[in-house]
Design a protein around this ligand. Structure first.
Ligand code: AMP
Length: 214
């Protein structure tokens, strides 16, 4: 069987992380998230983190060469040798071309989660994340038992700097300008599957389980 690669495409907040983690458990293949790796670099004050900080915090895309090098290095790790799910990368046609070289001869599919701006602004601007374990909450839909405190580890719940409404709108604008062309790019290759990301994540997952085939 050829190695499987699943690329998750869709606007910020459409549920790529949640869907990807669920599929990763179900299929037993690892997930790699460019946003998570960048946030780790920011926390650890690495060279990449210092370059990326201003872009991540303002909702703009980090320059291609920085992210491409970071992802190429990560994908050399043996855990990805038998396939992977990738979330947040590529975000530009240049990045997609770079990834094409790495995934040559694999069975690659692209899962596109479609969602509307107003839905996404509501989901992201009301999202809170545990500083300790990373679990995510939503102020209205998934609120913690004690306000501001994580149910799992007791850590403090915070808002990601890039989840502020003004920054969310900038992230959506960057997505439309630079990432939307990727939908056509992969559609032309006949490897694009679209699902509705405009609702409860459990419904999106059910739709994927019913319709998605390798
Ligand atoms: P995410 O968690 O995927 O929404 O990513 C958070 C932020 O990290 C984005 O708003 C960008 O600033 C940066 N980022 C993540 N992935 C990429 C990428 N593939 N290219 C450029 N910037 C990225």
């Amino acid at each position: 069987m050829r190695k499987r690669v699943l690329i998750l495409l869709g606007p910020p907040g459409a549920g790529k992380g949640t869907v990807g983690n669920s599929l990763s458990k179900q299929w037993g293949i690892p997930i790699i998230s460019s946003g998570d790796i960048l946030r780790e670099h920011l926390k650890a004050n690495t060279d990449i983190g210092n370059i990326a900080k201003k872009y991540v915090e303002s909702g703009e895309l980090v320059p291609d060469d920085v992210v491409e090098g970071m992802i190429a290095d990560e994908l050399k790790k043996t855990i990805y040798a038998n396939g992977f799910i990738i979330d947040g990368f590529p975000r530009t046609v240049n990045q997609a071309k770079m990834l094409d070289k790495i995934i040559e001869n694999t069975n690659t599919k692209v899962l596109y989660l479609k969602a509307d701006d107003d839905f996404l602004v509501n989901r992201l601007s009301k999202r809170r994340v545990c500083e300790g374990c990373g679990k995510t909450y939503h102020l209205i839909n998934i609120s913690p038992q004690k306000e501001g405190i994580c149910d799992i580890c007791g850590g403090k719940l915070i808002q990601r700097a890039d989840d502020r409404e003004d920054v969310v709108r900038r992230r959506l604008a960057a997505y439309k300008e630079l990432t939307t062309p990727l939908i056509e790019y992969y559609d032309r290759k006949k490897i694009l599957f679209s699902v509705n990301g405009n609702g409860e994540l459990i419904d999106t997952l059910t739709e994927i389980k019913k319709t998605f085939e390798w």
